[in-house]
Design a protein around this ligand. Structure first.
Ligand code: MG
Length: 261
């Protein structure tokens, strides 16, 4: 939070705190700090025990609501996370659903659709919406999935770098396809793998230095009339000094580009 303030950033997304921290008193204390620092949380991102992004294969096995063994327990926890977000006055919940099965007739697919419906319905009751993170699906598959769920409070958090990291599409073309559904954005960058796309990870790099094309991305957001926050994502918590420096550079780059376009 001190780093966020120091960098002059006004909106953040919050990763789900651990279960024991999701209390009313934590929420109250945190809200006070946000107020003192003049920072707004736009989205609470769900995360679950046992998820790992170590390899694409392990990601497919462990992330979100796709693994069958943990689906019911994670849905119950998702309700709790949404309730905690409500205490913080946050209207958007973000989530990776995971690798949705490609066979849309399969029992598994139908059950995942039903799981997300239940989650959307719980969120709707408290005036909240769900933002699915792009990455594991191609944009066409994600749109199909959203259509099948049939809920008005289901949207997309668009992460251009994930499409490159997972090797499943070109970010700017994808953004234009899914534009009307985008309610959140990660400013993140990456370079594609030199190995096998979809099997080997691409590499995350500072925003503006990879294959996303930051200027074209911001122009495309303008074109789709995106009105939400631009949230810089730089996933190197093990190197806090470098993380702070590179997020600071991204803030400067985005400000310069926005002034230009
Ligand atoms: Mg992201």
């Amino acid at each position: 939070m001190d780093v966020v303030r120091e960098l002059g950033i006004k909106t953040i997304q919050l990763h789900t705190p651990h279960k024991e921290s999701r209390t009313e008193s934590t929420a109250r204390a945190f809200l006070q700090k946000l107020k003192d620092y003049d920072i707004t949380i736009t989205t609470v991102f769900m995360g679950f025990e046992g998820e790992t992004y170590e390899t694409i294969e392990k990601t497919a096995q462990t992330i979100g609501f796709v693994p069958k063994e943990t689906r019911a327990a994670r849905l119950a926890e998702a309700f709790e996370i949404a309730d905690f977000a409500k205490l913080l006055g946050v209207k958007a919940l973000g989530s990776h659903i995971g690798f949705v099965p490609h066979d849309k007739q399969s029992q598994d697919y139908v059950e995942i659709v039903e799981t997300i419906r239940l989650l959307c319905d719980h969120l709707a009751e408290q005036g909240q919406e769900l933002h699915l993170e792009t990455g594991q699906e191609s944009v066409d598959d994600l749109l199909d999935f959203i259509t099948h769920v049939r809920r008005d409070n289901l949207f997309v958090n668009f992460d251009p770098a994930n499409l490159i990291l997972y090797g499943i599409g070109k970010p700017i073309e994808a953004l234009k396809v899914i534009g009307a559904r985008v309610r959140g954005v990660h400013c993140k960058d990456a370079v594609a793998t030199t190995g096998t796309p979809g099997v080997d990870w691409g590499r995350e790099v500072p925003f503006g230095s990879g294959q996303v094309d930051a200027e074209a991305f911001l122009r495309a957001l303008k074109e789709i009339n995106y009105q939400g926050a631009l949230t810089i994502e730089r996933e190197i918590p093990e190197e806090p000094e470098r993380q702070k420096e590179e997020i600071g550079q991204a803030v400067k780059l985005i400000s310069d580009l926005l002034a230009k376009i």
